[in-house]
Design a protein. Structure first.
Length: 187
C-alpha cells in the first residue's frame, strides 16, 4: 500500500510539473503575442501622427504652387487611403503610398525657393522628419519583438504549445526597395 501511494504521488507530481512547464510556455507565448500587438499599435500611432501632418503640409504647399493641384491631390488620397490600416500588408501599402507622396512634395518644393524658406513649411518638414525617425524606431522595435515571438513559435518545445493553441508566425515589417530608396530623401 505504501509503495502504491509513493507511485501515485510520483505520478501526480510529474503531471503537476509537466502542467506547470506547459503553462509557463503558454504564458511566454501569450506575453510575446501581446508584445507584438503593442509594437504594431505603437508603429500605427506614429504613422497616424505623420498622416495628421500631411493636410497642413499640403496647405502650406498649396499657397505657393497653385498649378500643382494634381500632385497635392495624390498626397491627400494616399493619406486618406492609409487611414485605416489593420494588417501588416495594409500598413506596408500605406507606408509605401505616403512615402511616395511625401517624396513628391519634397521634389515639388525644390522648384519653389520661397516655399522652402517659409517658416511654416520648414516647421512642418521638421515635424515630419521627427515622425519619420519615430516610425523607423518603432519598426525596429516591432521587428525585434516579432523575431522573438516567431522564434518561440518555431523552436522546441514551445512550438508544440504554439501549434496546439493557434499561435501563428507573424509577418515582419520589411521596407520594399522603393521605400528604402525614398528613405534617403531629405525632409
Amino acid at each position: 500500500m505504501k509503495a502504491f501511494i509513493i507511485v501515485l504521488l510520483f505520478i501526480v507530481m510529474t503531471i503537476v510539473i509537466i502542467g506547470a512547464v506547459f503553462a509557463g510556455m503558454y504564458n511566454r507565448l501569450v506575453k510575446a503575442r501581446i508584445s507584438c500587438e503593442e509594437a504594431f499599435s505603437i508603429m500605427d500611432v506614429y504613422m497616424k501622427k505623420r498622416s495628421d501632418l500631411i493636410p497642413n503640409l499640403v496647405e502650406a504647399v498649396k499657397s505657393y504652387t497653385a498649378y500643382e493641384a494634381g500632385t497635392l491631390e495624390k498626397v491627400i488620397a494616399a493619406r486618406n487611403a492609409g487611414a485605416s490600416a489593420l494588417t501588416m500588408g495594409e500598413m506596408r501599402r500605406e507606408e509605401q503610398q505616403i512615402s511616395g507622396a511625401l517624396h513628391q512634395i519634397s521634389a515639388l518644393a525644390e522648384g519653389y525657393p520661397d516655399l522652402k524658406a517659409n517658416e511654416n513649411y520648414r516647421e512642418l518638414m521638421s515635424q515630419l522628419k521627427a515622425s519619420e525617425e519615430d516610425i523607423a524606431q518603432s519598426r525596429k522595435y516591432y521587428n525585434a519583438v516579432v523575431r522573438e515571438y516567431n522564434a518561440l513559435t518555431m523552436t522546441v518545445p514551445t512550438n508544440l504549445i504554439a501549434g496546439m493553441f493557434g499561435f501563428e508566425k507573424r509577418e515582419m515589417f520589411e521596407a520594399h526597395e522603393e521605400e528604402q530608396e525614398m528613405s534617403g530623401v531629405a525632409f
